[in-house]
Design a protein around this ligand. Structure first.
Ligand code: NOJ
Length: 952
C-alpha cells in the first residue's frame, strides 16, 4: 500500500530495501484484493450461473414480463417485469430504441418497495437505486426511433426499428431479448437465464441459534482484510448474461493487464479462473496477464466476427465483474455452426442498464459508442509530444538542468513534470519554498522554448488546520462523508491524515475550479497543466486501498454506487478549472492526466497505465492495454516509459522509448527510488537510438495529430489493431503486439523482447509493405521475418498511403508550428496512394469555429500526379487561419516504390492556382531488392491550397 519515498524510510526499512533489491521483481499482493468468491455479490451470482449450468434445459429465470403493461411510445417501450420467486417484486423495464440503431435496456426496482425498506445503522444512504451514472457518462441528444412498431404474438413482443431492419424480440417468460439485424441475431440478453436483480428486503432477523445461510452472511455486512462494510441497504446486485452468437472474439472492458482479445474466465487451459473485475483501485505492483482490477474502468465490450462488429455498454458505476466463456456453437444461427462468446455481467448496486450497439462494422460501433459517451477531446499539440517526468525533480535547478541537457543532447521534449515532492508538505496548489521558491520564473524559462510544466494535484486534501484549501473544504462541507453521513471522512494518503474532495457535489466542483485561478494557485502560470493521480481514490488505510463503500457522497449516494466514477468526477472538475482560468475567449485546451477513469473520461483527460515495472513483461503488456483503451473510446493513453518501479537495463530502456514513440501519450517516468534515467544519461549507442525514436515521434506529429482528429470526430482508435483495419482477416483478430497508426497505413511492431535481432511481422494482405527506413518491400500476405537489431523499430508503410511529416529536428513541438512538411507516398501495387492531413493551431478552440486545414492527398498512376484537395466543408471559416499558415509549404515529396522508368525524370510540373512552375526530382535506384525512390525537392506548394505535382 503506497510507496514511501526513500527519505522517510527507517534504517531497518533500508536494510529490507537492500535485501529486496537482491530479489526478483515484486508482484502484487493478491491477498489485498478480493477474488470473486471473497465478494459476496459476485460469489452469489457466479453460484447462480453454476446452478443454471448444472440444471441445463430445466433452468428458467423467475423474471416475467407482464404483457398487459407493455406500451410503445415514440421509440420507447415500457412495461413491468415481475420477479416471481420473492412474492412478486415489481421491476420497471424501459427499452429505448435510438435512431442510430443503438438500443438501451433499463431495469429498475419499483420505488414503492424501496420505500418500505428501513435502512440499517441509521444510515443516510439514499433509498433508491443509483440512477445518475448517465449524468456522468453520457452526452445528450439521443433521439429515439419514433416509427418503431410493436407486435406481440405467443408470448413474444417484437419491436421493429431503425434504418437497417433492426428488431428487438422480447420473450416474456422468462424475460429475454434477442437483437436482430436483417434477420440475424447479434446480441442476446439473458440467453442463459442468469438475470438477477437482488431486490431490497428487510433484514432477516434470525432466531437465537439459527444460522445465516452462506449467502445471507454477506447480505448485511461484509468483512475483508479487517474492514467491515456496513451495507445499509443489504444485497442489491444486478446481473445479466449477454451472448454474442457467432462472435468468437471480444475486446475492451479496460483496464486490465491482459491480452486484447479477452480470454475466457471459467478455467481451462490458458484461461483465467476469475472474472474480469472493474473496481478502480491502486493495485501496488500489478502483475501482467491477469483479470485483476486496475485503476480505471470502462464497461464497454466489442465483439468481432468475420466482417461484423457489435458492442455492449454496461452502464454501472459500481463494482462490476465480467465472466467470459466461449462455446463451439452458435445457438442462434439458422445455418452456420460458429463459435460464440457468452458473457456474464455482475454489478453490486444501481440500475441494470445496458446499451446494445449494432455496428455492423467497427467504424459504426466506435461512432455509436462515441455518440453515447462523447468523443475523445482533441488534445493540444504539445500534449502528444514527449513528456519527461520522474518522482521527483527535486528543485528548480534540477528542472533547469534537465531542460538544458535535453538541448545539449539534441533531444526534443515538450513537457517536464513535477510529482508530489514539489509541494509544501503535500499540500496541493503550493510549492516547497526551499526547492521551488520561484515557480513563475521556472515556467517562464521553460516557455522560452515553448515548453510546459505539469504539476500534480491529487484528490486527498491534507488534514491540517493551517492549510487553507483543506480548511475551506471541510468548512464548506465539500469533503466526502463517512458512513454516518455527517462527519467528513478521514483516511491516509501521501500527506498523512487527509480528507477527500467530493466532486459529485456541484458546489464542490465550482469551488475546486476556483482553486486553479491565478490569484488562488499562486505561482502557477498559463504554462502549467495538471496531473490528477490517486483518484480511484487511493486510501492507504482503506479497504482494498480505497474508500469504504458505505461512505456518503453528495445526494446521499453511497460510495459503492459511484465508486468507478469517482476518478472521472475529479479530473472533469480539474479540466473545467483549467479551461476557465485564462478567461473568456482566451481558453486553451487544457491538459489533464488521470490515473483513474470511467466511460466519458476521454472528453477531458489523458490516462496512463499506472505503476508498471521496469521489466520486459510490463513492456510487452503495455500495447494490449493501450489498444483496449483505444477501442473503448479512450485512446489518449500511455504507459510509463522505462517502467515505474525498478531500474531498466539500457537495452530495456531503449526498447521502451522505441515502443513509447508509438504510445498516444508518450511520457518517461520513474519511481522516487529508481536511478536517474533521463534519456541522455544512458551513454552511447543508446542515447542516439533513443534520440532517433523521440525524433521519429516528432517528425510524425502531423500524422498523430490527424489520427487524434479522427478519434475526436468519429471515435476511431489512434492505434488500430488488425481487426479494425482488416475486419475480414480472422488471422489478425488476436494480434496485439502490432498495430496501425490512424489512417496512415503505418504498421508498427516495436520490439518488446530482450536480445532480439529480428522479429516476425504479420502482413494482413497482399499489398506491398515497405520498411519505413530502408524501403525493403514485402509483397506476400502472412508472416515475415524482419530485422530488428537494437537500433531498428520494425515499422512499415502499407502501399497506397501518403504520410505527412515534419522532418526538421526542433527542441519542442511548438517550435515546429510553421515548419514545412514532407509528404511520403508509399506507392501501392496498383500504383496509387491517398492520405489525409488535419492541421489547426494546436492549442485553442478556434478549430471549433472552423479554423483548421483539412486536406486529401491523392496520387494516381494514370496521370502520375499528386494532388492536394480541400476537405473543409466551410473553407470560408478558415480564411484567417489559412492566412496565418499561408507560408507553410511542402518542402519534400518522397515517392517510395516507383518504377525504373522514373530514372529519366529530372523535373516535375507544379500547379497551384493559376501559376505553374517546375521543381527538381531525384531518382534513386533501390539496391539489394529495396524499392526505388524519387524525391521532389522543394515544390514550394502551400499547405493551405489546392495544387498538383505532375510527374509525367
Ligand atoms: C502514484 C503514481 O502512479 C505515480 O506515477 C506517482 O509517481 C506516485 N503516485 C507519486 O505521486
Amino acid at each position: 500500500m503506497g510507496y514511501r519515498p526513500m527519505s522517510v524510510r527507517s534504517t531497518p526499512a533500508l536494510i529490507l530495501l537492500f535485501l529486496s533489491l537482491l530479489q526478483p521483481a515484486q508482484t502484487v499482493k493478491h491477498e489485498n484484493f478480493k477474488t470473486c468468491s471473497q465478494s459476496g455479490f459476485c460469489k452469489r451470482n457466479r453460484a447462480l450461473a453454476d446452478r443454471a449450468q448444472a440444471a441445463g434445459a430445466s433452468w428458467a429465470a423467475p423474471y416475467e414480463l407482464d404483457e398487459r403493461t407493455l406500451q410503445l411510445r415514440d421509440g420507447v417501450l415500457t412495461g413491468k417485469i415481475w420477479k416471481t420467486d420473492a412474492g412478486g417484486i415489481e421491476l420497471p423495464l424501459q427499452v429505448s430504441l435510438f435512431e442510430s440503431g443503438v438500443a438501451r435496456v433499463t431495469i429498475d426496482e419499483a420505488q414503492r418497495r424501496a420505500g418500505e425498506i428501513t435502512l440499517r445503522h441509521d444510515s443516510k444512504a439514499r433509498k433508491e437505486r443509483y440512477n445518475e451514472a448517465e449524468k456522468w457518462a453520457l452526452v445528450g441528444g439521443h433521439k429515439c426511433q419514433k416509427t418503431a412498431a410493436m407486435e406481440t404474438k405467443e408470448g413474444v413482443t417484437t419491436v421493429a426499428y431503425g434504418p437497417d431492419n433492426y428488431e428487438a424480440r422480447i420473450t416474456h417468460k422468462p424475460f429475454s431479448v434477442q437483437f436482430l439485424r436483417r434477420g440475424e441475431v447479434y446480441v442476446v440478453l439473458n440467453d442463459r437465464n442468469l438475470i438477477n436483480v437482488e431486490h431490497w428486503r428487510p433484514k432477516i432477523e434470525k432466531a437465537e441459534g439459527e444460522e445465516l445461510t452462506e449467502d445471507e452472511e454477506t447480505y448485511w455486512e461484509e468483512t475483508f482484510g479487517g474492514n467491515t462494510d456496513s451495507k445499509p441497504r443489504g444485497p442489491e446486485s444486478v446481473a445479466l448474461d449477454i451472448t454474442f452468437p457467432g462472435y468468437d472474439h471480444v475486446y475492451g472492458i479496460p483496464e486490465h493487464a491482459t491480452s486484447l482479445s479477452l480470454k475466457e474466465t471459467r478455467g481451462g487451459e490458458g484461461n483465467y479462473n476469475e472474472p474480469y473485475r472493474l473496481y478502480n483501485s491502486d493495485v501496488f505492483e500489478y502483475e501482467t496477464d491477469s483479470p485483476m482490477t486496475l485503476y480505471g474502468s470502462i464497461p464497454f465490450m466489442q465483439a468481432q466476427k468475420k466482417g461484423s462488429a457489435v458492442g455492449v455498454f454496461w452502464l454501472s458505476a459500481a463494482e462490476t465483474w465480467v465472466d467470459v466463456i466461449k462455446t463451439k456453437r452458435n445457438p442462434h444461427a439458422l445455418t452456420t455452426e460458429k463459435s460464440s462468446t457468452q458473457t456474464h455481467w455482475i454489478s453490486e448496486s444501481g440500475l441494470l442498464d445496458v446499451f446494445v450497439l449494432p455496428g455492423p462494422d467497427v467504424t459504426s460501433v466506435y461512432r455509436q459508442y462515441g455518440e453515447l459517451t462523447g468523443f475523445t477531446t482533441l488534445p493540444a499539440m504539445f500534449s502528444i509530444a514527449y513528456h519527461q517526468c520522474r518522482w521527483n525533480y527535486i528543485s528548480q535547478d534540477d528542472v533547469q538542468d534537465v531542460d538544458r541537457k535535453f538541448d545539449k543532447f539534441d533531444i526534443p521534449y515538450d513537457v517536464i513534470w513535477l510529482d508530489i515532492e514539489h509541494t509544501d508538505g503535500k499540500k496541493y496548489f503550493t510549492w516547497d519554498p526551499l526547492t521551488f521558491g520561484k515557480p513563475e520564473s521556472m515556467q517562464k524559462t521553460l516557455a522560452k522554448r515553448d515548453r510546459k510544466l505539469v504539476a500534480i494535484v491529487d484528490p486527498h486534501i491534507k488534514n491540517d488546520g493551517n492549510y487553507a484549501v483543506g480548511k475551506e473544504m471541510v468548512e464548506k462541507g465539500f469533503g466526502v462523508k463517512d458512513k454516518g453521513g455527517d462527519k467528513v471522512y478521514e483516511g491516509w494518503c501521501w500527506p498523512g491524515s487527509s480528507h477527500w474532495v467530493d466532486c459529485f457535489n456541484p458546489a464542490a466542483v465550482d469551488w475546486w475550479k476556483s482553486l486553479f485561478k491565478f490569484d488562488k494557485y499562486i505561482g502557477s502560470t498559463p504554462n502549467l497543466w495538471i496531473w490528477n493521480d490517486m483518484n480511484e481514490p487511493s486510501v492507504f488505510n482503506g479497504p482494498e486501498t480505497t474508500m469504504p463503500k458505505d461512505n456518503i457522497h453528495h445526494g446521499n449516494w453511497e460510495h459503492r454506487d459511484v465508486h468507478n466514477i469517482n476518478g472521472m468526477s475529479f479530473h472533469n472538475a480539474t479540466y473545467e478549472g483549467l479551461k476557465v482560468r485564462l478567461g473568456n475567449g482566451k481558453e486553451r485546451r487544457p491538459f489533464v492526466l488521470t490515473r483513474s477513469f470511467f466511460a466519458g473520461s476521454q472528453r477531458s483527460a489523458a490516462m496512463w497505465t499506472g505503476d508498471n515495472q521496469a521489466d520486459w513483461p510490463h513492456l510487452q503488456q503495455a500495447f494490449p492495454m493501450l489498444l483496449a483503451n483505444g477501442i473503448a473510446g479512450f485512446p489518449f493513453a500511455g504507459a510509463d516509459v522505462g517502467g515505474f518501479f525498478g531500474n531498466p537495463s539500457k537495452e530495456l530502456l531503449t526498447r521502451w522509448y522505441q515502443a513509447g514513440a508509438f504510445y498516444p501519450f508518450f511520457r518517461g517516468h520513474a519511481h522516487i527510488d529508481a536511478k536517474r534515467r533521463e534519456p541522455y544519461l544512458v551513454g552511447e549507442p543508446y542515447v542516439s537510438i533513443i534520440r532517433n525514436a523521440i525524433r521519429l515521434r516528432y517528425s510524425l506529429l502531423p500524422a498523430w495529430y490527424t489520427a487524434f482528429q479522427r478519434a475526436s470526430w468519429e471515435g476511431m482508435p489512434i492505434l488500430r489493431p488488425h481487426f479494425v483495419v482488416f475486419p475480414d482477416d480472422e488471422a489478425g483478430f488476436a494480434i496485439d503486439d502490432q498495430f496501425f497508426l490512424g489512417d496512415t497505413g503505418l504498421l508498427a511492431k516495436p520490439v518488446v523482447w530482450e536480445s532480439a535481432t529480428k522479429t516476425t511481422v504479420y502482413f494482413p494482405d497482399d499489398q506491398v509493405y515497405y520498411d519505413y527506413f530502408d524501403f525493403t518491400p514485402y509483397h506476400r500476405k502472412g508472416h515475415h521475418e524482419v530485422p530488428a537489431a537494437l537500433e531498428k523499430i520494425p515499422l512499415f508503410m502499407r502501399g497506397g498511403r501518403i504520410i505527412p511529416r515534419k522532418d526538421r529536428p526542433r527542441r519542442s513541438s511548438g517550435l515546429m508550428k510553421y515548419d514545412p512538411y514532407t509528404l511520403v507516398i508509399s506507392v501501392s501495387s496498383e500504383g496509387t496512394a491517398g492520405g489525409v492531413l488535419y492541421v489547426d493551431d494546436g492549442e485553442t478552440y478556434a478549430h471549433r469555429s472552423g479554423a483548421y486545414i483539412h486536406r486529401a492527398f491523392t496520387f494516381n498512376h494514370g496521370d502520375n500526379a499528386l494532388r492536394s484537395e480541400n476537405l473543409h466543408p466551410e473553407p470560408e471559416k478558415a480564411a484567417a487561419y489559412n492566412k496565418d499558415m499561408k507560408s507553410v509549404r511542402v518542402e519534400r515529396i518522397v515517392v517510395v516504390g516507383v518504377g525504373k522508368g522514373w530514372a529519366t525524370k529530372k523535373e516535375v510540373v507544379v500547379k497551384q492556382g493559376s501559376k505553374t512552375w517546375n521543381a527538381k526530382i531525384v531518382y534513386t535506384e533501390g539496391k539489394g531488392g529495396k524499392a526505388n525512390t524519387a524525391v521532389v525537392r522543394d515544390p514550394k506548394v502551400s499547405i493551405t491550397k489546392d495544387w498538383s505535382v505532375s510527374f509525367m
